[in-house]
Design a protein around this ligand. Structure first.
Ligand SMILES: O=C(O)c1ccccc1NCC(=O)[C@H](O)[C@H](O)COP(=O)(O)O
Length: 278
């Protein structure tokens, strides 16, 4: 089944590149990875207990919708995010459109002790073995395409290797497919891959239908503390933030950007208490 016409041309090119990389890996063969994963839900619980908004901060040097590119050492960026209170990290490993690499992922995972998500466009089983990570991303919409593996099969194959899996959707139907395939960690991406537009109302519209037993992550377009509060109020167990932390155009302070979002709830509580006492 192909729903290819629903995907923006830039995204189509990402998907084609992912398929080519899968084919190259299949030709090369290579070892199957076995991961001893750091628990993502436990990292979120620890952040909550500590008064931090559970946040996955993303090492995202550039993207099709980003102006500019950060060429800082990815390990230093990752360490700054953890110093700023990130519960977990996401690392883009897609090389052609996001400036990522599996080498950067492996160096980051060796340098930090929080769970690390491999953010890539995995469409076939062979791609699972490109690098070890604690969490792997599978995108429902991309697995509709011809020449891709079935979502439930990929989910099982990833779990057999020890990965936790974040299954990403953009619509209520996509979330249903994720849950039907057996996902326990679900991301709702506010970025519509058909138009590359971001609307935080996407998460708000979909989140209320998802059971409490599922770890639910709001992804993309979260820039301000008010955005973070809105996503949490709508039911996000955690947030995934890239651009606002990386600030590729301004080259800003990644640690301060992370801390600002992580402290959104504790700062709001402190402000409310101050107002009550005035
Ligand atoms: O970010 C993009 O431009 C993009 C374009 C095409 C496909 C995917 C894309 N992003 C992947 C992501 O899911 C985001 O990097 C992630 O959710 C963080 O989003 P943001 O905080 O808006 O950078």
């Amino acid at each position: 089944m192909s729903t290819g016409e629903d995907i923006a041309p830039k995204v189509r090119s990402i998907l084609d590149a992912a398929r080519e990389r899968a084919t190259a890996r299949e030709r090369e063969g290579g070892e199957r990875v076995g991961v001893d994963a750091r628990s993502l839900p436990e990292a979120f619980e620890a952040a909550e207990a500590d008064g931090r908004v559970p946040l996955i901060a993303e090492v995202k040097p550039t993207s099709p919708t980003t102006e500019g590119e950060r060429d800082d050492d990815p390990v230093e960026l990752a360490e700054s995010m953890v110093a700023g209170g990130a519960a977990a990290l996401s690392v883009l490993t897609e090389p052609e459109h996001f400036g990522g690499s599996t080498d950067a992922l492996e160096r980051i995972r060796a340098a930090v002790d929080v769970p690390v998500l491999r953010k890539d466009f995995v469409v076939r089983e062979a791609q699972l073995d490109a690098a070890e990570a604690d969490v792997l991303l599978l995108i429902v919409r991309f697995l509709d395409e011809d020449g891709t593996d079935d979502l439930a099969d990929l989910l099982s194959a990833a779990r057999e290797r020890g990965f936790q899996v974040l299954v990403e959707a953009h619509t209520a139907g996509g979330v249903e497919r994720a849950l039907d395939a057996g996902a326990g960690i679900v991301g709702v991406n506010n970025r519509d891959l058909a138009k590359l537009e971001v609307d935080l109302g996407t998460f708000e519209a979909v989140a209320s239908d998802v059971s409490e037993n599922v770890t639910l992550i709001a992804e993309s377009g979260i820039a301000t503390t008010n955005d973070a509060l809105a996503m949490r109020a709508a039911g996000a167990d955690a947030l995934l933030v890239g651009s606002a932390i990386m600030d590729a155009a301004g080259g800003g302070d990644v640690e301060a950007n992370t801390r600002r979002l992580v402290a959104a709830e504790s700062d709001a509580t402190a402000d409310a208490e101050t107002e009550t006492h005035q």
